[in-house]
Design a protein around this ligand. Structure first.
Ligand code: AVJ
Length: 293
């Protein structure tokens, strides 16, 4: 993914602390207030937790605290594409939570799921997919992804915890993706720099592009674009491909889907899972849902 090189991960981490980007803080509030209940109801000794796209694991802390408080003995698998951040995040956790066994699974979701299926088939599993990561998939892709996890890595009774952003007001979503500190803009523009790094020469001159954020309220998705600020030709030299861009032309690079309650129901149905309920925070902006197979 062009957005998440080392620099992109660093900027994204800053975004998650930003007040305007309400998603992370809202999710942390949900987990802070409800992890004891969640663990009490759904986590048993010997369970295996699998976090997809574990990242910095800032929010996982609340679940791990609750597990420790409840005296549960579990194994926690962290799946991530970034090896360095996986190591950095897991090492201190292993020292902090001696009753939890930590295992990093460095690789794609696909590889990790087949590894889990082979090696942890008989364990009772709880999958964690937090941070509204589902938002970067279309609704169909989101349901298909969950269905695939269900079919390849879950047994009957296994659980899936999913953080999902709501269809919030136009102002709220717009500010989240066009924050006043300009972090999201920096995050976006770094994508162009990263493309140049990948191709080892300048494909896109960042000074000829502008970050454009549009909340498409009808479709319930935020749309992120690079706008060409002049007529220009972008060249992929090795591929011998050149692309002419008109001033004002938009290149889409990200969608962030938001979900109404009905859309969550459709998601669960599409994934052939069942609903165990959800937790929300004080502003009712964001929910963490529990599904099961
Ligand atoms: C990490 C995919 C949930 O879409 O809200 C943040 C990524 N993009 N600001 C999102 C992102 C711009 C984020 N996700």
């Amino acid at each position: 993914m062009i957005l998440y090189d080392d620099k992109g991960l660093e900027i994204f981490d800053k975004i998650t602390y930003d007040k305007d980007y309400y998603l992370t803080n809202a999710e942390i509030e949900v987990l802070q207030n409800n992890s004891d209940e969640l663990v009490g109801k759904y986590v048993k000794d010997g369970d295996v937790l699998v976090e997809l796209g574990a990242g910095a694991m800032r929010k996982t802390k609340y679940i791990l605290d609750a597990i420790t408080k409840a005296g549960r003995k579990i194994t926690y698998y962290a799946v991530d594409l970034a090896e360095a951040s996986l190591r950095q995040s897991l090492e201190p956790l292993a020292a902090t939570y001696p009753s939890i066994k930590f295992v990093g699974l460095w690789g794609t979701y696909h590889d990790s799921l087949s590894w889990i299926q082979k090696n942890q088939h008989n364990a009772r599993k709880l999958f964690l997919w937090l941070g509204s990561s589902i938002g970067n998939l279309t609704r169909k892709e989101g349901a298909d992804f969950l269905l695939n996890v269900r079919n390849t890595a879950m047994r009957d009774g296994d659980l899936f915890l999913c953080g999902i952003d709501k269809r919030n007001s136009f102002e709220t979503v717009s500010l989240a993706y066009n924050d006043r500190s300009g972090l999201t803009r920096d995050f976006a523009m770094n994508g162009l720099v990263n493309i140049n790094n990948i191709f080892k020469y300048t494909v896109f001159d960042p000074s000829n592009f502008m970050y454009v954020s549009i909340y498409n309220e009808a479709d319930g998705r935020h749309e992120a674009y690079y706008e060409s600020t002049k007529d220009q030709t972008v060249e992929f030299r090795e591929e011998k491909v050149s692309v002419h861009l008109k001033k004002g032309e938009l290149i889409n690079f990200e969608y962030s889907y938001k979900y109404s309650p009905d859309e969550v129901c459709e998601l669960i149905q599409g994934a052939k899972m069942s609903d165990l309920g959800k937790w929300t925070e004080s502003k009712n902006l964001y929910s963490v849902h529990m599904f099961y197979r």
